[in-house]
Design a protein around this ligand. Structure first.
Ligand SMILES: *Cc1c(COP(=O)(O)O)cnc(C)c1O
Length: 414
């Protein structure tokens, strides 16, 4: 028999836009014994999780539950369930994940209209509003925080116009939920997808979502067709357009999460424990305090990076608070810097995709990873590694600026 070594992941400081470090309480929650999926003790935990998700999404929606699978499963469940083949869908794209929304919408058979913004910027609300009025789509899908470019799209005013033209408004808040306010009801968003492994600091493997009555009525309409199909033995009537996916059919998932508990998949027991504990941590900290912590660490990180003489990438007016993008200085091998940070300091920062590959680093300050300790360690290590790569900088300035931002002085050690 081949002997495999014991699992022993190296300790890491994870400063990427996900996955990030997980609170030990969440890890412990994952190690508890399994309960059956219809055990009243377990269904009570499922219901509590729904209640906590409503608070996280700042919504009075009846439906707020996790889809089992990574965040993209939540995106796909929402789009596959709300888009009927032939529907016109509008996607304003300002980074990589806008392209993902487009691709999934196309696979759902949508006639997709896109707007594109140069990477590093976001849309003026007026541009989106006038496109909605012009194209009158059935659904508008947009990313709230684009981790690829570190930009955050303001959403005020879009929901109102969607209602005027009877379009559903869908938001990918995977990277912002739990770190930045996502006011589902106030912004009139019909369906929101969150992520676990970013600002919620729970391992990847679930996608918390919420949707309102407008979205639900679309589902219910399609469910009638689906029932008809099943009764008729699945006849090929081109006018019948059931939800193509079984696993990601929100009408079935909803029945499973409803008091009826209609059997669908087997709920991912240990992930549900993890999500519940992660949400408990969020609510114990308080949403406002949590957002403030994310802002404070962002401010210190930016102060340190700029004092080091590095330049931030992108339009500062729409910077995403939980991701800081830094231009890689001329003549520096970005990947070599990242490797030295990981191999010798145990610190992981991210590169980027597509047009930004090799041009920027991305530092995440998300969830449990978003701490004074991590920011200071990262700045110190980055400074040292840049010096080792021959980059000229005034050693120490970055850390000192961050310490100033935290209000640290020699007399008060807090
Ligand atoms: C990370 C991310 C996703 C994809 O999430 P997975 O969990 O990897 O499926 C989607 N959208 C945005 C904005 C993200 O940052």
């Amino acid at each position: 028999m081949k002997a495999y070594r014991d699992l022993s992941p190296s300790p890491r400081t994870i400063m990427t836009p996900g996955p990030v470090e997980v609170d030990p309480r969440v890890l412990r929650a994952m190690s508890f014994p399994i309960l059956g999926q219809f055990d009243p003790e377990f269904t009570a935990l499922m219901n509590e999780t729904m209640g906590m998700l409503r608070q996280l999404f700042m919504t009075g929606n009846e439906w707020a539950f996790p889809v089992d699978g990574t965040s993209r499963s939540g995106i796909e469940a929402v789009l596959a369930s709300l888009i009927e083949p032939g529907d016109k869908v509008l996607v304003p794209i300002y980074g990589r994940f806008g392209h993902l929304l487009t691709e999934i919408a196309k696979r759902c058979g949508a006639e997709v209209v896109t707007l594109e913004k140069e990477w590093g910027f976001v849309f003026d609300i007026e541009e989106i509003v006038s496109a909605i009025k012009q194209h009158r789509p059935k659904l508008v899908a947009i990313v709230h925080g684009e981790t690829s470019t570190g930009r955050m799209q303001p959403l005020e005013g879009i929901g109102q116009v969607c209602r005027e033209v009877d379009a559903l408004f869908v938001v990918d808040a995977v990277a912002t939920i739990g770190g930045v306010e996502v006011a589902t009801d106030r912004l009139l968003i019909d369906a929101v997808i969150g992520g676990t492994q970013k600002c919620l600091s729970v391992p990847a493997g679930m996608a918390p979502i919420t949707y309102n009555k407008r979205a639900e009525s679309k589902l219910q309409g399609r469910k009638k067709i689906e029932r008809g199909l099943m009764l008729d033995g699945g006849e090929d009537d081109p006018l019948l357009r059931p939800i193509q996916s079984n696993y990601l059919d929100l009408s079935q998932l909803q029945d499973y999460w409803s008091p009826d508990r209609l059997n669908h998949h087997t709920e991912a027991t240990s992930m549900l424990y993890a999500l519940r504990e992660g949400l408990r941590l969020v609510l114990e900290e308080g949403l406002e305090a949590r957002f403030a912590r994310h802002r404070a660490n962002e401010v210190a990180l930016i102060a340190g990076v700029e004092a080091m003489g590095l330049r931030l990438y992108g339009d500062p007016a729409c910077k995403m608070p939980v991701v800081t993008c830094i231009e890689i200085p001329e003549g520096i091998d970005g990947e070599s810097v990242r490797s030295m940070l990981l191999d010798h300091f145990g610190i992981e920062i991210a590169s980027s995709f597509g047009p930004l590959k090799g041009k920027i680093w991305r530092i995440g300050t998300m969830g449990y990873s978003c701490s004074k300790r991590n920011v200071l360690l990262t700045l110190g290590a980055l400074e040292a590694v840049l010096l080792r790569h021959g980059h000229k900088l005034d050693a120490g300035l970055g850390l000192q600026a961050a310490m100033d931002a935290y209000g640290m002085n020699a007399a008060v050690h807090s």
